[in-house]
Design a protein around this ligand. Sequence first.
Ligand code: B12
Length: 236
Amino acid sequence: MKRKARILLIEPPRTIYGSGETKRHGFPLGLGYLAASLEQADIEVNVLDCVLEGFDTEQELGNNLFRYGLSDREIIREIESAQPDIVGISNLFSDQIAVVRALCQLVKEIDPDLLTVVGGNHVTALPEHLLTSHCVDFIVQGEGEAILPELISVLIEGGDLSGVRGIGYKRDGQVVINARRAPIEDLDSLPFPARHLFPFERYFRITSTFGDSIWGVVSPGRKKKSDQLRPVMPTY
Ligand code: B12
């Protein structure tokens, strides 16, 4: 990869169980921080929040499982229009790995040369897991703000991947997990999230109906009318 790289960051569609779970979404803060760091490193970045863009689009997958967010066809259109060299996908939740893997597969079907990078809590905890899929080229463990720009720079320069702390990849078909990078000490050194790359006010349209609740929640099959909504605060 020789010229300035172009990356598309994607918040994947989500799956939930129709009874007992609710649709919900908020601004993907991690992608906001990543986008800002990429911009600071002079890397061209676009974002696609499949959940926000397709919040009312539901697909029944069987066994009471629902997917909400943009359809595959819509995602393909968005990727083709953004023309990225690299697609970065967020995987915060381990219960979403099937969607993430399917999205990586979709990317490879569009263009096998498109590189896929997955980051977030799941691959941080289990770095080898998704890398065993042929459609996942790289994983990033932990905070991506410094790692992702460095990875992209090494890919552009054709440098040595073994020196990039915090990544996992494949060498000669074997999964390689590099040493972890220490957490960022000086958080004030980070640029603020690149909110200008997101249709920010639309997050409030999902979330603002809930009084003190900060996340938009709605059961599958229902639209976002406030009288049909059930406010739920997450418990951990
Ligand atoms: C906010 C939040 C939510 C929000 C989601 C917000 C949103 N955007 O939609 C809500 C309230 C909806 C939510 C719900 C749930 N959550 Co929650 N949530 C969090 C929380 C508290 C913070 C996430 C966050 O914003 N972090 C701050 C940002 C800056 O960091 P980040 O997103 O992790 O991104 C950084 C890195 O991960 C990485 N990265 C992330 N994406 C990418 C992509 C690429 C390409 C790269 C290179 C790097 C990268 O770089 C980023 C910058 O440093 C975390 C706990 C935590 N401390 O992480 C739990 C957490 C993610 N949630 C968790 C869980 C379990 C859930 C629920 C399943 C709870 C439940 N039983 O209902 C649901 C599932 C929701 C769903 N499937 O739809 C677990 C996930 C564990 C796991 N392995 O699955 C966590 C880790 C809490 C925990 N310790 O248990 N959650």
